[in-house]
Design a protein around this ligand. Structure first.
Ligand code: FEO
Ligand code: CA
Ligand code: CA
Length: 516
């Protein structure tokens, strides 16, 4: 795609802004006078490398104490925040903790003993950490009464008192990848690759597939208790699994509040799976509504509702079965298979729903793409236009796009996720370590893809989150050293170096960019 087309695609031309019916927050965007930014070249160093003019500082890392009994979890991913009620200048930072899996050599947890599995269960879920600004730096309060963990052991109820596989409560949340935030100040944390922990099973079958992490060896919970969007109140830790939003490998849950209603977009990050949207019946909760899946070819949202579709009624009988076995229901109605849908963000300039398809080697898509859905009319409508925006590869300079974010100026940021086993090898060699990229909305480089950061060895940048004051970026550096062979043979020791074991961390990225 030519840069001019990309500018059009992002709505960075005046014409698109003026004509958009979906204009949501363009008028709130901060103006920015951007001079030229010199991007970095890909590299394979065990460092967080930044373009000139940017600097980073560690905010919190795996293992840091957050209360008398709790520490910050492993592999931090999605980040978001809410205000502390007593002090509007202080915030509660929510961080997802995704998985231990391939990184367990770092923790010395290779053996599948109960003690090791218990340690893993305590390492996933999420952290709530009280943060404040000290000068220009974001820091956390070690002893705040708000600090708490939600982990693989926390009892979590299902919405609407539903009983799923005989229980109104599930043990814990896990595989917490990306997420979202509601207008009423709760966090949505998404359970993604649940099958690694408790396996999976098809509708109507008893057989459970092998769970790679074998957590079900000691905790034989049904797979149906996982794969949900979980709503968490960061003020008190109250959590609910939202059955109405369906069950699949939820990458994210991106909430849009519009005049017509409240909508949540979510992708299912698995090869040949789908993109969904939930249209809520209410603007103040997500307890009831209609779940739709995308037919990309026809530009149609297809309702997953047994009362509206005899094919669903014939196979699943009840709406609850449709919601528990959503992937199978999506196939029945003819949803379009996609190349691993990852993050979804709303373009603040024109309201488009921008998302990444990270890659799918089974579909000969090795470098992924950034795409968009333009809803026809409003977010609750049934029709949309789908377009591919930017194709990964040698020409565009990135591969495997995953996490997305629009900053307070309307610039697009995205991060790549080439898997540890493929990074710096074969067709991925020229891309170096994973990176963070910027597509400016203004200035001389408007519409260009500029690499701003390169991650330490094996790591991926996740959780793109602009700080509450808009003056810096809070970012997760996830899974450094993931391909380490043992604690004695580490592939990374970021961020401390000198032989220390690698620690996923939240970092603050600041610089003149955020001041202009
Ligand atoms: Fe957890 Fe699809 O990334
Ligand atoms: Ca992701
Ligand atoms: Ca990914």
């Amino acid at each position: 795609m030519k840069r001019r087309d990309f500018i059009e695609f992002l709505g960075y031309s005046a014409l698109t802004v003026a004509s958009s019916q979906l204009l949501i927050s363009c008028s709130n965007l901060k103006k920015q006078k951007l001079g030229p930014i010199k991007g970095i070249k890909p590299n394979a160093e065990d460092k967080l490398v930044l373009a000139d003019g940017f600097e980073w500082r560690r905010v919190i890392s795996w293992g840091d104490k957050i209360s008398a009994g709790d520490t910050f979890g492993f592999n931090n991913d999605y980040l978001n925040y809410v205000s502390v009620p007593e002090n509007k200048d202080e915030y509660l930072l929510w961080a997802n903790h995704e998985y231990v899996g391939p990184s367990r050599t770092i923790m010395g947890l290779e053996k599948r003993t109960k003690d090791n599995i218990d340690t893993e269960l305590k390492s996933v879920g999420g952290s709530i950490v009280h943060i404040y600004k000290d000068g220009d730096l974001w820091k956390y309060k070690e002893n705040s009464g708000y600090n708490r963990r939600i982990d693989g052991f926390t009892p979590i109820k299902f919405s609407n008192k539903r009983k799923i596989k005989g229980s109104q409560t599930a043990m814990g949340t896990l595989a917490n990848c990306a997420g979202g935030k509601t207008p009423w100040g709760t966090i949505l944390t998404c359970e993604e690759n649940y099958q690694f922990h408790y396996g999976d099973r098809k509708f109507g079958e008893e057989k459970i597939s092998k769970a790679y992490d074998e957590w079900n060896k000691f905790y034989p919970h049904p797979p149906e208790h996982y794969g949900w969007v979980v709503e968490v109140n960061p003020l008190n830790g109250d959590a609910t699994k939202l059955v109405e939003l369906g069950r699949f490998a939820h990458e994210c849950a991106t909430v849009v509040e519009s005049k017509e209603g409240l909508v949540v977009y979510s992708g299912d990050d698995k090869k040949f799976e789908h993109i969904y949207k939930f249209v809520s019946d209410s603007k103040v909760n997500l307890n009831s509504g209609t779940l739709y899946v995308a037919d990309i070819k026809k530009g149609k949202w297809l309702p997953l509702d047994v009362e509206k579709d005899q094919r669903l009624k014939d196979k699943f009988k009840t709406q609850e079965n449709v919601l528990v076995y959503t992937r199978e229901a999506a196939k029945v109605v003819g949803a379009t298979p996609l190349d691993r849908p990852e993050d979804i963000e709303i373009n603040p300039i024109n309201g488009d729903v921008v998302f990444t398809l990270t890659n799918n080697n089974k579909n000969d898509n090795h470098h992924g793409k950034i795409c968009k859905i333009s809803e026809k009319g409003n977010y609750t409508t049934d029709d949309f236009i789908y377009e591919e925006l930017l194709i990964g590869g040698e020409n565009s300079g990135f591969s495997c796009p995953d996490n997305l974010g629009f900053d307070p100026f309307g610039n697009l940021w995205f991060a790549s996720d080439i898997s540890g086993s493929k990074m710096n090898k074969g067709i991925y060699k020229s891309f170096g370590n994973n990176g963070l990229f910027l597509v400016p909305a203004s200035g001389p480089q408007k519409g260009e893809v500029i690499q701003i950061a390169s991650a330490p060895i094996d790591a991926e940048f996740t959780g793109i989150c602009f700080a509450p004051d808009g003056k810096s970026l809070l970012l997760s550096v996830q899974h450094p050293g993931e391909t380490s062979k043992s604690q004695a043979e580490l592939s990374s020791n970021w961020p401390f170096g000198h032989g220390n074991i690698p620690r996923s961390s939240v970092v603050q990225i600041s610089g003149d960019f955020f001041k202009v």
